[in-house]
Design a protein around this ligand. Structure first.
Ligand SMILES: NC(=O)c1ccc[n+]([C@@H]2O[C@H](COP(=O)([O-])OP(=O)(O)OC[C@H]3O[C@@H](n4cnc5c(N)ncnc54)[C@H](OP(=O)(O)O)[C@@H]3O)[C@@H](O)[C@H]2O)c1
Length: 327
């Protein structure tokens, strides 16, 4: 068996390297990758700004979908031939990738591998941060910033399916409409006017129980102002900046919780717990089509730089995916 994978010689030079696929450990599977999801972290890794953890594969790619072709003896619930989507510890931009058995979800026939590859990172990120750290419950109001993003487009649907009232942000009127179509009851255009005022005018000032912030920077004070008493704010990205000037009094006057996380640094057991919870609470809605992956475009693996440029420009809606069979 031969594997091909992407290696960034420099940030602007991607080559295809050939070798032998790795052998899965006792708790791992080897997946013949058909499609791999692209994430913002991959762009940062390519630029040398987000080195992978020491125990991770240096090959980029955090999520894949394909068919299991080999597995370790402790993966008793899986079989060779199963179609799965999975979170990888790096190594997804390849024809073959290793994943832990308990970091896989079996793909129903109704989902293609390009759709499957768009799911694991978004499902895990939203579950861990919104349902886990944010403790969102049915009937509460959640603000998911960037409803047009890979993370947000799934997050809006997950929170809606769990019975929350979802409000969101996006960067144009058309993108706001598209996020509304995913289930959000109100979407503010973050490129037009003042965000806090838009949400306050819609009746959400000081009323938001959970906020997923994908951009940071100047959004943070808006988050604090919009949060309800005992609200939970979870920051997972810094596209608007790593520094925020905030009024700390807002935190203690409303007893707010400000937290965050990064999926890459979450230990394998915690990820496995999230997969089990998603399998129980979210996967049935994915199988029924109530929650659907939004794939904007699919690029051949060899056009990975063009795909990354597409993401950098931010004109996509939902996810960008690589086709990995040929390379
Ligand atoms: N911590 C974690 O574990 C974790 C995991 C996954 C992702 N993330 C982070 O979450 C963020 C989204 O990731 P993704 O993969 O979903 O990315 P993505 O699909 O590229 O989405 C980014 C979206 O953010 C919006 N945006 C761009 N500039 C913005 C700004 N200045 N203010 C507000 N919104 C802006 C854009 O939509 P509009 O043009 O419609 O606004 C864009 O579609 C990234 O920052 C990523 O690093 C964190």
């Amino acid at each position: 068996m031969e594997r091909h994978y992407i290696h960034f010689e420099t940030p602007e030079l991607a080559t295809v390297v050939r070798d032998t696929p790795p052998t899965p450990g006792p708790e791992e599977v080897l997946i013949a990758v058909e499609h791999a999801g692209i994430n913002r972290a991959d762009l940062l890794q390519r630029l040398g700004l987000y080195p992978p953890p020491e125990d991770a594969s240096p090959i980029p790619g955090l999520e894949v979908a394909g068919q299991i072709v080999a597995l370790g003896e402790r993966c008793s619930t899986l079989q060779v031939g199963d179609r799965v989507c999975a979170l990888t510890h790096g190594g997804g931009y390849a024809s073959h990738a290793i994943a832990r058995g308990d970091h896989c979800l079996a793909l129903p026939d109704s989902l293609s591998t390009e759709q499957g590859a768009a799911l694991p990172e978004a499902l895990l990120t939203v579950w861990y941060n919104v349902m886990g750290r944010g403790q969102l419950s049915a009937g509460e109001t959640v603000l998911i910033h960037g409803g047009s993003s890979g993370i947000g487009s799934i997050g809006v649907q997950m929170a809606t399916a769990l019975g929350a009232n979802v409000i969101s942000t996006a960067g144009s009127a058309a993108r706001c409409d598209a996020v509304t179509a995913l289930g959000a009851s109100f979407v503010a255009n973050h490129r037009e006017g003042n965000l806090t005022e838009q949400f306050t005018d819609a009746g959400y000032g000081g009323q938001v129980d959970v906020i997923l912030d994908i951009a940071g920077g100047d959004l943070m004070q808006a988050n604090l102002d919009l949060a309800a008493p005992d609200g939970r704010i979870v920051c997972i990205g810094v596209m608007r900046g790593m520094q925020s000037e905030i009024n700390l009094a807002t935190l203690f006057m409303k007893r707010l919780t400000l937290t965050g996380s990064t999926l890459r640094r979450l230990d394998t057991a915690e990820r496995a717990r999230c997969f089990a919870a998603i399998h129980e609470h979210i996967w049935p809605q994915v199988i029924s089509g109530e929650i659907r992956p939004i794939v904007d475009s699919v690029y051949p693996l060899t056009e990975v730089l063009a795909a990354h440029e597409h993401m950098r420009l931010g004109t996509h809606f939902g996810k960008l995916v690589l086709e990995c069979r040929s390379g």
